[in-house]
Design a protein around this ligand. Structure first.
Ligand SMILES: NC(=O)c1ccc[n+]([C@@H]2O[C@H](COP(=O)([O-])OP(=O)(O)OC[C@H]3O[C@@H](n4cnc5c(N)ncnc54)[C@H](O)[C@@H]3O)[C@@H](O)[C@H]2O)c1
Length: 288
């Protein structure tokens, strides 16, 4: 496993970089805002709630990530103010809303559609944030980088079903988009996978009492976000953070996958698939 350390010197590149974050008013987002300001970045923070801190390099834009117009507006606000967006942190997230066993029924006893808010915030909100980031960054010569908040539940069993599904899905989004962007579009996409962290989502004390395991501060996680922004060699990575230790997990996960499926050349497979599709399409058109 690729454990590594993050030194202050690794983060100096963030000075004067323009960063847009969602879920910035609390927990991991707020911890990241504080670190970025310490490193003299310009920060545009989106959240449903006002920022609890103020700073001359910090701008708050009230944003609901489930609302496309809101999201679109915060990107436009950054461009209008700074003329560029160097990094985006798609971080806003909420906890589980259903177990799928907690059946809600209507007056006829028919099952109601489950609550999908966790998908709207943690998945659609993240994907839409990334889509807007790509839209703006691909028009910049310098490109940019995106960091997505995944989770340790992105790659293991965890019984908050809807939450776990969204966290698997955002890791899947990174795995799908990275090969599409590189090498022609200079946008890097990475994920973080924080272990238990004391935030609005996980109140300090709860986890320690429940499981006897440690809980880290958002400041620890913030450094994993910052290094993914600052280090332009990092692309398609998943950094697990736990108690001040950092592990790049994606290499190990992809190696395990390659052991199952063997060495497949994705470029070749996609080229053949595209050719088969166009052959099929032209055959249908000429009736053959
Ligand atoms: N705390 C942990 O142990 C832990 C572990 C792994 C991953 N995460 C992830 O970290 C991310 C941040 O969560 P946190 O733990 O810091 O919790 P938090 O509740 O402290 O922070 C989440 C922030 O997101 C904001 N938010 C929620 N819905 C929003 C919406 N629709 N639009 C805009 N903002 C919205 C909230 O107002 C809040 O400020 C989430 O994606 C969460 O899944 C947390």
């Amino acid at each position: 496993m690729a454990a590594f350390e993050i030194h202050d010197a690794d983060l100096v590149k963030l000075k004067d970089q323009v960063v847009l974050l969602t879920g910035a008013a609390s927990g991991i987002g707020l911890g990241t805002v504080k670190l970025l300001l310490e490193k003299e970045a310009y920060v545009v923070a989106g959240d449903l709630n006002e920022m609890p801190i103020q700073h001359d390099r910090l701008t708050f834009v009230k944003t609901n990530v489930t609302d496309w117009k809101d999201l679109s507006s915060i990107f436009k606000a950054v461009k209008a103010k700074y003329g560029k967006i160097d990094h985006v942190f798609a971080n806003a997230g909420i906890g589980s809303k259903t177990t799928y066993l907690d059946e809600q029924v209507d007056e006829n006893g028919d099952l109601l559609e489950p609550n999908h808010l966790t998908y709207d915030v943690n998945l659609k909100g993240v994907v839409n944030t990334c889509a807007l980031a790509i839209h703006h960054m691909r028009r910049q010569e310098s490109g940019g980088s995106i960091v997505i908040t995944a989770s340790a539940s992105s790659f293991q069993r965890f019984r908050t079903v809807d939450y776990t599904t969204t966290k698997h899905a955002v890791l899947g989004f990174m795995r799908g988009i990275v090969p599409l962007l590189q090498p022609s579009i200079p946008i890097r996409v990475n994920c973080i996978a924080p272990s238990w962290t004391s935030t609005g989502l996980v109140p300090e004390g709860a986890v320690e009492q429940l499981a006897g395991i440690g809980i880290q501060t958002p400041a620890v996680v913030a450094r994993s976000v910052a290094v993914l922004m600052a280090d332009d060699q990092r692309d398609g990575q998943l950094i697990y953070s736990v108690q001040g230790r950092y592990i790049e997990a994606e290499g190990t996960l992809l190696k395990a996958a390659a052991e199952i499926v063997g060495d497949q050349n994705e470029d070749l497979v996609m080229a053949e698939l595209m050719k088969a599709r166009s052959d099929f399409g032209s055959a249908k058109q000429d009736g053959s």
